[in-house]
Design a protein around this ligand. Structure first.
Ligand code: SAH
Length: 484
């Protein structure tokens, strides 16, 4: 019987060689790369995704002398004869080899691992039942992600801490520097519907989506409060990320109450509220000398309680299904029929859309408005609105990385979430499936994996969109996938 001893082998300053650059190598390298960057790959062809990881790459067929100077070798070719040769050559050099999926030929085998900070959990069946190892690992991983192994720390200075953070209205760059730091340092991020996956994807913390689900199961506010408290009591740094500003129609107040009840320390980091985002990105000043000297933020929900304050500029949140109710309430208050109204949908995002008209006109017409949208009303709505600075930019959908360096003053970059693993949360999946190509002017493709993934969700691309690819290889694949 073969036996394998579990070890942690020291690898700093040691070089590791992978022979083969396909899917199998990619899978192994992803694990090894969590521990070292000292990785070289020998293979005539290298997977696109591997290529982007930036390891030393030697494009050639394997030869014995390639082994020189390496500490460990992974034979990942799909040719058993080559793998066997590598094994024999390595034995001569005295180098330990892992021959992928071949316990008989391997000097060492790789356990299924979970790595978090300094902790590693490695699951092994001595190479006898890989499927079972992976199953166990996935079960354990789910537990780790739910915080099961976190020790409750008793010292007061190590108690959990909650930051209630405003994420801004959509454009990921509208995040404060403070929020950015806190999100970088967080153990766990609990985020809402209105927060874009592009923003959340920038941070490494565990992510828990607390918004509306596809199956229409809502997280009730109560359940969210409990979730925040639970993580904090485990001693974690919790980032509670909410759209816009937490204290404008954000229920931040209720979350704080729960934290107070449990004696949990917290801070509140303001965000740019949708009204400010919409105002800037549509060129509607909310106040203006001689024209508007007061502004009120109101809600269109619930419709039977719509308030119409006596302010020059009115901004209504949550109007997607209440436009007429809001307009009727305003008219009933005696506002002039000629007062200008702008409905701003998806403010600060690539798919920002503006509907304008007078109070009288919009009351008479049917408008399809989808959430999130807000309504601004007042004399400050000016002639720049349909020709604003933001709408002039071209929108480029990036599949992969922006290797071109699209200039931000000319382009709005939309990053397509290239889903690569089964662990991707459904929120990201939903956002991947919801890119509105009608708004897109150009698509730039720099990743094979990404264009393939994109093709699964989008069967064809509107003709008016310009397609650019990073190289011929990707171009061929694009043409093959979309039959053009
Ligand atoms: N706390 C948030 C508001 C949450 S209530 C803030 O400060 O912005 C949700 C409402 O916010 C939506 O119904 C919509 O009216 C508004 N909203 C949020 N993001 C928006 C966006 N990008 N564009 C237009 N309206 C938005």
């Amino acid at each position: 019987m073969k036996s394998f001893l579990p070890l942690n082998v020291r690898i700093d300053n040691k070089k590791i060689l992978f022979i083969g650059g396909g899917k199998i190598a990619l899978h192994k390298i992803k694990t090894v790369a969590q521990y070292t960057r000292n990785i070289s790959i020998v293979s005539p062809e290298i997977q696109d995704e591997l290529h982007q990881m930036g390891f030393t790459e030697i494009f050639k067929e394997y030869e014995t002398s390639d082994l020189e100077g390496f500490f460990l070798v992974y034979a990942c070719t799909n040719n058993i004869e080559v793998n066997r040769r590598i094994k024999n050559d390595a034995a001569e050099y005295g180098i330990m080899v892992n021959v992928v999926d071949n316990r008989e030929l391997s000097d060492f085998i790789s356990p299924a691992v979970i790595k978090q900070d300094e902790m590693t959990i490695a699951v092994s069946s001595n190479g006898e039942n890989v499927k079972k190892s992976v199953e166990w690992r996935n079960k354990l991983k789910a537990l780790v992600q739910r915080g099961y192994f976190l020790t409750r720390r008793s010292e007061p200075e190590k108690r959990g801490f909650v930051s209630i953070i405003g994420a801004g209205p959509g454009d990921p760059e509208l995040l404060t520097i403070k929020a950015e730091r806190v999100l970088r340092e967080a153990d766990v991020i609990l985020y809402d519907d209105l927060v874009s996956s592009e923003l959340v994807d920038r941070f490494d913390a565990r992510k828990i989506y607390t918004g509306k689900r596809k199956d229409h199961h809502h997280y009730e506010q109560e359940a969210i409060n409990e979730e925040i408290v639970r993580h904090a009591l485990q001693g974690e740094k919790v980032a509670r990320l909410k759209g816009g500003d937490p204290f404008i129609f954000g229920r931040g107040g209720e979350e704080i109450e729960a934290l107070r009840q449990h004696g949990i320390r917290y801070e509140i980091i303001p965000g740019i509220t949708a009204a400010h985002g919409a105002s800037a990105y549509t060129e509607i000043p909310l106040t203006m000398r001689k024209i508007s000297s007061s502004v009120a933020f109101c809600t269109g929900h619930p419709v039977n309680k719509i308030q119409v304050p006596d302010a020059d500029t009115l901004v209504y949140y949550m109007v997607a299904s209440a436009v007429h109710d809001v307009l009727d309430a305003v008219a009933a208050k005696g506002r002039d029929e000629h007062t200008m109204v702008a409905i701003v949908q998806n403010a600060t995002r690539y798919n920002q859309k503006i509907i304008t008209g007078t109070l009288g006109e919009l009351r008479k017409s049917e408008q399809a408005v989808s959430s999130p949208a807000l309504l601004i009303l007042g004399e400050n709505i000016n002639q720049f609105i349909s020709d604003n600075w933001y709408s002039k930019k071209k929108k480029v959908l990036i599949l992969g990385e922006d290797l071109v360096g699209y200039a931000p003053d000319e382009y709005i970059k939309v990053y397509y979430p290239c889903i690569q693993s089964e662990e991707t949360d459904h929120h990201t999946l939903e956002q991947a499936g919801a890119v509105d190509l009608n708004f897109i002017d150009e698509i730039y493709v720099s990743s094979l994996a990404c264009i393939r993934n994109f093709r699964e969700l989008y069967k064809d691309i509107p003709k008016k969109i310009i397609i650019k690819t990073a190289n011929n290889y990707i171009d061929d694949e694009y043409r093959r996938l979309f039959s053009v």
